[in-house]
Each structure stands twice: as structure tokens, then as C-alpha cells.
Write a protein that binds this ligand. Structure first.
Ligand code: ARG
Length: 587
């Protein structure tokens, strides 16, 4: 009965199904003219067909007349229990319960739960996380990591090939002073400081010396020259710095439970060999200019504060390359070597101008085919209660690993309280899932472009639009089955009957999972999927309140309701997992 993916018999979302059904009707009435049924969800009915208005203009009829023609020509009896022409010529539609039930059965039999595969799978390159070597990861990197991870999971789920790239800052002038500081400290001591994640203090010490001592400054400068010249001993020490830092990053990634691994590291240094080529190509295409001794590209449409043309600096006066140069090299590498057809940058909003300029220059240089999208998936700041950028109590950048540890500890308190009967081991596993989930969800559930206030109480609350609330909805369903000693698998072939209003509302919501995933990907906005899951959990709550499951009126009703429960739990679990959040079966 079920074909998976693009060959599905119908689409899971009934709104899409009706739009598909109406397409030939509209085409016939339009007589070859361009026309689209435009079906939308509606408050007045289950859905509303809006396309008659546009078609009326073309045909020289009133929209109500066209709406009537559509209803006469289309056979909607199998899917609708009521249709009504309303207002200026909308068609209000109420889906029949039997249609919803059969759509639900189709979606439930699908391992993808009704979510369509992409009709045109792409190679998507995604640049995210990107902390800097020998510097503390800050909450901005947390945002990039969490948002990027959710997007990777969703893009893969709909069938794209995803290339993860962690563009760590592992090159450039600061490495001169960092290496000299490493020499001063002694390698063993330096490694020790870095491996415990004391990156900021290492960086600060180096910086202080650099600012205070001319002798140190000179050494640092000479060291950069050695590094760029490929001196073996310098490279060895550089690798030591990079190695300690990336091991630390990796520990954070493991705790955070994201897909990034050390294989995904493609730091700035990896593009070194391409930098002369960037200059060469820009020169050939006549875009490179000299300005105050530096080699630059002036980018149309970009000006500085004084309204003067703003250049992208490719090569500095001292011959060194820039952050922008390696980003240009990245574009060449991603398009030409990796065959990316879409490039995403999950990078904070302050870098918008930089990325935009990189985009304009690489397109103008002809490196990026027209069909290849470059998207800046920008995000806002994480704020403290004072509405300023989140800082620790002592006023320093918040250390990510400390933050994650605190989340798990805080979650542990309520988990132990609520699950006294579980073993200590089980409790701490659940605390981990709840704590990490809370941090991720707090980040993902607000529109990414906005700032959000980091609030422990709120994110760990079991009420409201939070991860614990959603995880709890899932766990509660698992416990219904545990209590009744019924295998969840055993109700999967049951087609539910939707007698009660709350059952119907739940079914409608379940069938919107596909749309929720695709809307989320459309705008790279994980908060849309969060909102959907929150609505689903609320709908489930109301269903559970009104419709007894284990004490249903008949065995058939019980099985039907259990089928709704099971499908809800599957959508919840899958939805959370697309966000990178685990769903414990008990909590
Ligand atoms: N390392 C940079 C930072 O911490 C982010 C890099 C983003 N990616 C890029 N291709 N520029 O700000």
C-alpha cells in the first residue's frame, strides 16, 4: 500500500493532497492559462482554496462563479465531508474523517512518517561551529554548532548529501605570539593548560606579553614568517597548539552530542595552498587593485561609514593574506573540488557584510554557477538576564563545557525527584538527555536571527515550549504502553477512527509533520519545527485529557487510540532527533 519517498501514493499533509487533486481541475478551467489552486490551512475550516480569485481575472468571471465551476468539476467527495464557497470566492474545505484516518495510516506505515524526500537532492556544504584555536569557544560557537547540527540532520533526512565543514580559526598572525608563548612556557606546561580547556588564559597571557614587550613582539613577528614559510620546527609547535585545542573542541562536541567529528575539520590553514591562486585568478579577471600598498577588490555596492567604496582586502601590505582570502579559497574548493551545489554559512549576524562581499566577489569572478546558492544562516546573540551578551559571574566569556555540565546537574535534580524508582545510572543518563536537550532547544526554539535570553529556569521547565515538556510528552506515551504491556509495534497497522474532536485535531496535526520539516528547511529556521512539536504536544495533551486510552469504551476504540498515541510518539521522537535532541522513554 505504501511507496516510500517521492513515489508515495499521496502526500501526507491533506492540504497538499487536495492541492494536487485540484491542479488538473484548475488547468482544465483555465484552458491552458497559468493557474494554481493555492490551498492553505485556515481557521474557518480545515483548509481554504484561494486560487479562484486569480483565475477569475483571467476568465473574466466573478471569483464566486469560478469557485462554483471548480466544485462542479472536481470530485472531492472522497476527501471532503463539506465544502462551502465563502467571502469573495474562497472554497472552505472540511476533510472527511475517513480520509484523514487513511492518510494517517499511510504516514504511519512509512518509516519517514510522511516526510517527502527532496525531488532534487543536492550536495550541500555546511560551514558551522568554527571556533578558534587557542581561544575559548563562546556561546556564539554554541549557537552555530547547535543550529548547524539540526540543519545537517534535516537536510540528510530529506535526501541531500551533506558535507560538514568546521572552518576553525587555525592560521594567521596571532599564531606567531601563541607559538612564542608556548616556547616560553615549555611545551609540556602549555599542552597541560590547553588540554584542560584553559584556552582563554593562554591566549591572554600571550597577548599581554605581545602588548608589553617589544622583544616578544619581534619574536612573534619572526615566528609568523617562519610559520608561513613552512619551517618544520615551527609547524610542529603549531600542530601541537592545534591538536590540543581540537581535542578540547571535540570533548565539547561529544558532550553536546552533535555529529561533528575531527574528520570535519577544514580550518583556515587547509586553504593555504589555494591563496596564491585566489590572487592569481582575481588578477587575471581584472578585479584586483592596489590600494595603500595592499591588494584589494572593490565590491560594487559596499561603502564604509564615510561613504567611500569598501574594499575586500586580499593581501595586506606586509604580504600576508586575510580572513577574506581564505573564505574566497573556500568557495573555489567547495564548488570545484567538492561539487557543492549549495553552500550554507551558519555564522553570527555580525559577519553578514563579510560573507556578502565574499559572495559577490566569487560570483563576479565566475567561480559560483548561477544555480549554486550561497546562504548566510545568520543568528543573534545569547544574552544574560541583564540583556547584555552572556557573561559568567566573574565577567568573562562563559566556558561552554562548564555550561553543559551545569545543565546536566540542574536537570539531574528534577530527574531524581521525578524518578526515584530508577537506578542512579538511569537517572544520570536521563539527566544528561534532559540537560543537553534543554540547552539545545532553548537555542533552536527562538527565531535564530533574534537574540535570546539564556534562562535556566525557563529552559529546564517541564511546562511551556521547552525540551523537557516535549521529551515528557514522548515518555508519557511510552509509559502508557509499558503500563498496558502492549508492544507499540502491534498497533501500527491499526487505522484509527477519529470520533472525538480531540482525536481529529491530533490527526490533523500529525499529518502536518511533512510540512513542518519542509517549512523549516525552506528558511533554515529550526524554530518552526520546534513550534510544530510544541503544538503537537499540546494537542496530544488535550486528546489524552478527553479521550481515555486504556479505559476506552471498546477494544476497537482502545486500539485506535493506542495507534494515535504510538504515531504521536514516533513523530515526537523523530522531530526531536532532527533537532539533535534525544527522547528518553522514561523520565
Ligand atoms: N572562526 C570564525 C569566528 O569564530 C568563524 C568562521 C566562520 N566561517 C567562515 N567560513 N568564515 O568568528
Amino acid at each position: 500500500m505504501v511507496a516510500v519517498g517521492n513515489n508515495r501514493r499521496t502526500m501526507a499533509d491533506p492540504v497538499l493532497t487536495v492541492a494536487e487533486r485540484l491542479r488538473p481541475t484548475f488547468a482544465k478551467i483555465a484552458g491552458g492559462q497559468e493557474s494554481d489552486p493555492v490551498v492553505r490551512r485556515s481557521d474557518r475550516a480545515d483548509a481554504q482554496v484561494n486560487g479562484s480569485l486569480a483565475l477569475a481575472k483571467v476568465l473574466g468571471k466573478t471569483p464566486r462563479e469560478v469557485a462554483q465551476m471548480v466544485l462542479d468539476a472536481a470530485d472531492l467527495s472522497a476527501v471532503c465531508s463539506a465544502t462551502e464557497i465563502a467571502g469573495p470566492g474562497f472554497i472552505n474545505i472540511t476533510f472527511s474523517n475517513s480520509f484523514l484516518a487513511s492518510e494517517l495510516a499511510v504516514a504511519a506505515a512509512d518509516t519517514r512518517l510522511g516526510v517527502r524526500l527532496s525531488p532534487a537532492p543536492e550536495v550541500v556544504d555546511i560551514d558551522y561551529s568554527a571556533p578558534n584555536v587557542a581561544k575559548e569557544m563562546h556561546v556564539g560557537h554554541l549557537r552555530s554548532t547547535v543550529i548547524g547540527d539540526a540543519l545537517v540532520r534535516m537536510l540528510e533526512f530529506v535526501g541531500h548529501r551533506v558535507i560538514r565543514e568546521n572552518h576553525i580559526g587555525d592560521w594567521g598572525t596571532p599564531f606567531g605570539m601563541l607559538i612564542e608563548h608556548l616556547i616560553d612556557l615549555g611545551e609540556a606546561e602549555a599542552a597541560n593548560e590547553l588540554s584542560v580547556g584553559d584556552l582563554d588564559s593562554f591566549y591572554r597571557q600571550a597577548r599581554t606579553k605581545f602588548d608589553a614587550s617589544d622583544e616578544f613582539k619581534e619574536r612573534a613577528r619572526a615566528r609568523v614568517v617562519l610559520l608561513q614559510g613552512g619551517d618544520d620546527e615551527t609547524l610542529r609547535m603549531w600542530k601541537l597548539l592545534v591538536g590540543e585545542s581540537t581535542r578540547y573542541f571535540d570533548r565539547v562536541y561529544r558532550v553536546l552530542d552533535v555529529l561533528l567529528t575531527s574528520d570535519d575539520i577544514m580550518g583556515e590553514s587547509a586553504y593555504n595552498h589555494l591563496l596564491p591562486e585566489v590572487v592569481e585568478r582575481l588578477k587575471k579577471s581584472g578585479m584586483l587593485q592596489t590600494s595603500d600598498g595592499a591588494e584589494v577588490v572593490f565590491v560594487d555596492g559596499f561603502v564604509n561609514r564615510d561613504n567611500e567604496p569598501l574594499p575586500l582586502i586580499i593581501r595586506k601590505t606586509d604580504g600576508g593574506y586575510n580572513y577574506a582570502t581564505s573564505d574566497l579559497a573556500c568557495v573555489i574548493d567547495r564548488v570545484e573540488r567538492l561539487g557543492a551545489t549549495r553552500i550554507l554559512y551558519v555564522v553570527g549576524a555580525p559577519q553578514a557584510q563579510h560573507l556578502e562581499m565574499v559572495g559577490v566577489v566569487s560570483r563576479k569572478a565566475g567561480w559560483v554557477p548561477e544555480t549554486t546558492q550561497m546562504v548566510h544562516v545568520a543568528f543573534g546573540n545569547v544574552l544574560g538576564n541583564d540583556r547584555k551578551i552572556l557573561k559568567s559571574r566573574s565577567g568573562e566569556v562563559v566556558k561552554l563545557d562548564a555550561l553543559l555540565t551545569e545543565a546536566v546537574e540542574r536537570a539531574g535534580t528534577s530527574v531524581r525527584e521525578k524518578n526515584a524508582e530508577l537506578s542512579a545510572e538511569q537517572q544520570s543518563e536521563i539527566a544528561r538527555q534532559v540537560g543537553i536537550g534543554a540547552i539545545k532547544y532553548a537555542d533552536l526554539s527562538t527565531d535564530r536571527i533574534k537574540d535570546y535570553v539564556f534562562d535556566w529556569e525557563r529552559m529546564l521547565s517541564f511546562d511551556g515550549n521547552t525540551s523537557p515538556y516535549l521529551q515528557y510528552a514522548h515518555a508519557r506515551i511510552c509509559s502508557i504502553f509499558r503500563k498496558a504491556q502492549i508492544e507499540r509495534q502491534s498497533v501500527r497497522s491499526v487505522t484509527p477512527t477519529l470520533e472525538h474532536e480531540a482525536e481529529r485535531a491530533l490527526a490533523l496535526r500529525l499529518l502536518q509533520f511533512d510540512t513542518a520539516v519542509w517549512d523549516t528547511l525552506d528558511k533554515y529556521s529550526p524554530h518552526r519545527l520546534c513550534t510544530y512539536l510544541y503544538d503537537l504536544a499540546s494537542e496530544f495533551s488535550s486528546f489524552y485529557e478527553h479521550c481515555p486510552v486504556l479505559r476506552a469504551e471498546s477494544e476497537a476504540q482502545k486500539m485506535s487510540r493506542l495507534a494515535l498515541c504510538d504515531f504521536t510518539a514516533r513523530v515526537m521522537e523523530r522531530g526531536l532527533s532532527l533537532l539533535g535532541i534525544e527522547a528518553p522513554e522514561q523520565m
